[in-house]
Design a binder for this molecule. Structure first.
Ligand SMILES: N[C@@H](CCC(=O)N[C@@H](CS)C(=O)NCC(=O)O)C(=O)O
Length: 225
């Protein structure tokens, strides 16, 4: 079975998991310390690009870099776009979504108090600027998503960042009705909504962020708790 290895964070493993669930591909999610049976500091220098997420294929191949992981899942599930132009457009959207990773994801997962507020306020305009670009991209083709009616890596990466941005400001998407529609369309996919309901809940963002894992509120991070 495929293995997805990451930490206690709601960040770069989300789009891969949304895509895996949408595609009905079975996988095992493992924390770094469960998979490697060692602390992160010792694991880091031994894996291909010294960061997670990493996907381990059935033959033991270690795939790092979340965009490569997403592309691999797309290929495995027969979702790859064959038209070279549309495939490049989808990749541009995926990379543009990925550029939202920092500072949004580290801030939501880790920042607290005044530091959280300062980071939230300084990133707001940049986020909205990129959200406007993505809303315009959605208008280019007919269909629910960026290219057609099928959600793929680019859609799930965008969804993750839109979803996370609500933890900064629950009203942040209000000026983008097309994005609200997009989020609703993604959330109405049964396999996706079931993943979203069952994933670890993220709580106390901006105060003392935690994920509820195995019924226990655990601090976000790279350390076993
Ligand atoms: N470009 C990489 C970035 C991966 C990344 O930033 N991983 C962070 C967690 S979100 C990490 O491994 N942090 C621990 C470290 O760098 O030691 C990707 O897209 O997968």
């Amino acid at each position: 079975m495929l293995k997805l290895i990451y930490f206690k964070m709601r960040a770069l493993a989300e789009a891969p998991q949304l895509l895996l669930n949408y595609s009905g591909i079975e996988y095992e999610y493992l924390m770094s310390w469960e998979h490697f049976d060692d602390v992160w500091q010792n694991v880091k220098p031994k894996i291909p690009f010294q960061q997670l997420p990493m996907m381990e294929a059935e033959d033991g191949t270690q795939i790092c870099q979340s965009i490569a992981i997403l592309q691999f899942i797309e290929s495995r599930s027969g979702l790859s776009i064959t038209d070279p132009i549309k495939s490049a457009e989808a990749m541009a959207i995926l990379q543009s979504a990925q550029e939202l990773f920092a500072p949004l994801n580290p801030t939501v997962n880790f920042a607290t108090g005044d530091d959280f507020k300062a980071k939230r306020d300084s990133m707001r305009d940049g986020l909205k600027n990129r959200f406007a670009d993505l809303a315009r991209c959605l208008e280019k083709y007919e269909g629910k998503y960026f290219i057609d009616d099928t959600p793929r890596a680019a859609e799930f990466a965008c969804f993750h960042h839109f979803d996370l941005s609500k933890y900064l400001d629950p009203t942040i998407l209000n000026s983008f009705p097309r994005l609200i529609q997009f989020v609703n369309d993604i959330e109405s996919i049964k396999a996706v909504s079931s993943y979203l309901e069952n994933r670890p809940k993220l709580m106390d963002v901006g105060i003392e962020p935690k994920l509820i894992i195995d019924g226990r509120a655990q601090p976000t991070g790279v350390v076993k708790t």
